[in-house]
Every structure is written in structure tokens, then in C-alpha cells.
Ligand binder design. Structure first.
Ligand code: HEC
Length: 114
């Protein structure tokens, strides 16, 4: 019985989606722990780690970029990393988020909010 259940868990990646408030809290934590180091707390591409990069991240507060970018592409960069879209390899993939689309969506909202 337990084995069957474990197998089922492997086959279908069924997982309760997080409640919106939880997804936002996780995204906020991920932003400060992983992203802000390069992208800066305010998304301006001026985090402490940005100085070490050959190509610093763009300024998310740039209205022109905001209107040119689409949500699906932002989500894909976050999950698959820069090279998947021809961007810098210093933008690492976040494969752990592949199964957490609601957290990715909340991260996209954070990027959109700058
Ligand atoms: C090690 C530094 C670093 C970290 C950490 C990092 N990024 Fe990036 N990110 C970059 C760089 C550099 C680019 C720009 C790539 C380019 O323009 O070629 C980028 C690009 C992006 C883009 C695409 C912007 C565009 O031009 O379309 C998004 C969205 C993004 N990052 C979001 C995030 C999020 C969300 C996180 C946290 C989960 C994160 N990044 C973590 C360095 C980083």
C-alpha cells in the first residue's frame, strides 16, 4: 500500500498548489535570498553581486523594458536560466521552481512591480 502510494507520488507530480499568500511569501523570500544579490533589492540591477558580473542585470524599473517583456518569457528565464533564451549564463536556472508555477508567477509579479 505504502509502495503504491509512493509510486503514485512519483508518477503524478500532484501537489496541492500553495495558497496565494504562501506563494507570495515564498517568492518574496526567494527574491531576497537569491535574486536581490545581483538584481538589487529594488530590481535596478545594482545588487552587491552585480559588480562582479561581466554583464550586469538590466534595470527592471525601466518602463521600456517592462512594456517589451512578456510574463511567459520572464517566467521561463527564472526557471530555465538565461542561456535558454540567449541571455547571459550568470542568470542561473532555478529548477526547483519548475514544479511551483504559483511561486514563479509571484516572482514575475515582483519583477513587474519594480
Ligand atoms: C548571479 C547573478 C544573478 C542572480 C542570482 C539572478 N540573476 Fe536574473 N539575471 C542576471 C543577469 C546577468 C541577467 C541578464 C542577462 C542578459 O541580459 O543577458 C539576468 C536576467 C534576468 C531576467 C531577464 C531580463 C530580460 O532581459 O529579459 C529576469 C526576469 C531575471 N534575471 C530574474 C531573476 C530572478 C527572479 C532571480 C532569482 C530567482 C534572478 N534573476 C537571479 C543575473 C542574476
Amino acid at each position: 500500500m505504502t509502495r503504491t502510494l509512493a509510486l503514485l507520488g512519483l508518477v503524478c507530480s500532484c501537489r496541492e498548489p500553495l495558497a496565494p499568500a504562501q506563494a507570495h511569501a515564498q517568492a518574496q523570500q526567494i527574491w531576497s535570498e537569491r535574486c536581490a544579490n545581483c538584481h538589487g533589492p529594488g530590481g535596478r540591477g545594482d545588487g552587491p553581486g552585480a559588480k562582479l558580473l561581466p554583464k550586469p542585470p538590466r534595470n527592471f524599473a525601466d518602463a521600456q523594458w517592462q512594456s517589451s517583456a512578456d510574463d511567459a518569457r520572464i517566467a521561463q528565464v527564472i526557471v530555465d536560466g538565461g542561456p535558454a533564451l540567449g541571455l547571459d549564463r550568470n542568470m542561473a536556472a532555478n529548477p526547483d521552481l519548475r514544479r511551483k508555477p504559483e511561486v514563479v508567477a509571484a516572482l514575475v509579479e515582483i519583477v513587474r512591480g519594480f
